[in-house]
Design a protein around this ligand. Structure first.
Ligand code: OAD
Ligand code: ZN
Length: 227
């Protein structure tokens, strides 16, 4: 079985900023003020303004060659994608077998009644947005620091990682757990681990092959051997 773990780097070529690195979002913004449940409780408006801006950036972005190559690999080889990204670009490129570990920026969740639904409006009508059913406060249905990952997604990700024969790791700094653990689980279970990232990561020493290139170009190099 063929499995890919993706991170923000795969969407970089689509113009969606990554989190870490020189140009990363966490250089300009403080995650403790924008991506924690405490920050949202304190100041939902500021958190929502930041998410509204990211939704605008993502709405304008198009899936790139790397997203499309993974969609091809699903059609040809049944590839599964496990992603830390919330941008939905894998699905827009045609991937269906996508496990979202950190939620989806286009989905919202009501803090009062628990309703959960997609809301793709850009721009949002009101900030913070309110639940159409009960008037409660809506939050982005993404995983923030200090929150557990969705149980089903995580269980499926562990299972796929343990069963993978080839495990691609594309565009992730491999620093955020539990996602960063998945390539190690795959490796321990006998998978060949291939990393595609212009930079070294903590995973590099464990990878069977490290391709120091951007996602699209790096995938071009290995796709012939995978199909
Ligand atoms: P990071 O921003 O931590 O890492 C992005 C990685 O992409 C880096 O290792 C870059 O070297 C690499 N990269 C940059 N350009 C690339 C390109 N063109 N092709 C391939 N790789 C490229 O993003 P993640 O690892 O996804 O979580 O971050 C993990 C989590 O931390 C995110 O899901 C988010 C963040 O805080 C939450 O918000 C909970
Ligand atoms: Zn509600």
């Amino acid at each position: 079985m063929l499995v890919a773990l993706t991170g923000a780097g795969i969407s970089a070529e689509s113009g969606v900023p990554t989190f870490r690195g020189e140009e990363g979002l966490w250089k300009r913004y403080d995650p403790s003020r924008l991506a924690t449940p405490e920050a949202f409780q304190r100041d939902p408006k500021t958190v929502w303004e930041w998410y509204a801006w990211r939704r605008e950036v993502i709405a304008k972005a198009e899936p790139n060659e790397a997203h499309r190559t993974l969609a091809d690999l699903e059609r040809e080889k049944g590839l599964w994608v496990i992603t830390q990204n919330v941008d939905g670009l894998h699905q827009r490129a045609g991937s269906k077998k996508v496990i979202e570990l950190h939620g989806n920026i286009w989905r919202v969740r009501c803090l009062s009644c628990g309703a959960r639904f997609y809301d793709r409006r850009v721009p949002l009508k009101e900030i913070p947005p309110r639940c159409g059913k009960c008037g409660g406060l809506l939050r982005p249905d993404v995983v923030w620091f200090g929150e557990p990952l969705p149980e089903d997604a995580l269980r499926k990700a562990y299972d796929l990682s343990a069963r993978a024969e080839v495990f691609l790791v594309i565009g992730t700094s491999a620093t955020v757990y539990p996602a960063a653990e998945l390539p190690l689980i795959a490796k321990r279970s006998g998978a060949k681990v291939i990393e595609i990232n212009p930079e070294e990561t903590p995973l590099t020493p464990f990878a069977d092959l490290s391709i120091r290139k951007g996602a699209s170009e790096g995938l071009r190099e290995v796709v012939g051997d995978l199909i």
